[in-house]
Design a protein around this ligand. Structure first.
Ligand SMILES: [Zn+2]
Length: 59
């Protein structure tokens, strides 16, 4: 059951939406997405901060 969601439009600009039961799970999914979709092996601190601002509790 997802309790957190993030709209990555503000992070990587592709509009991919991620959901997870906790923020650690979200970060893991974002890292996987960044690597597989954008070829980013190591998430830059700048993107991590943008991502953390984009995280919202999901209904
Ligand atoms: Zn993306």
């Amino acid at each position: 059951m997802a309790s957190y969601a993030a709209d990555l439009q503000q992070v990587c600009g592709c509009g991919w939406a991620v959901t997870g039961s906790n923020t650690e799970e979200l970060v893991a999914k974002v890292k996987k997405h960044a690597k597989e979709t954008h070829g980013i092996n190591e998430l830059p601190q700048e993107l991590v901060q943008k991502f953390q601002k984009a995280v919202r509790p999901a209904m």
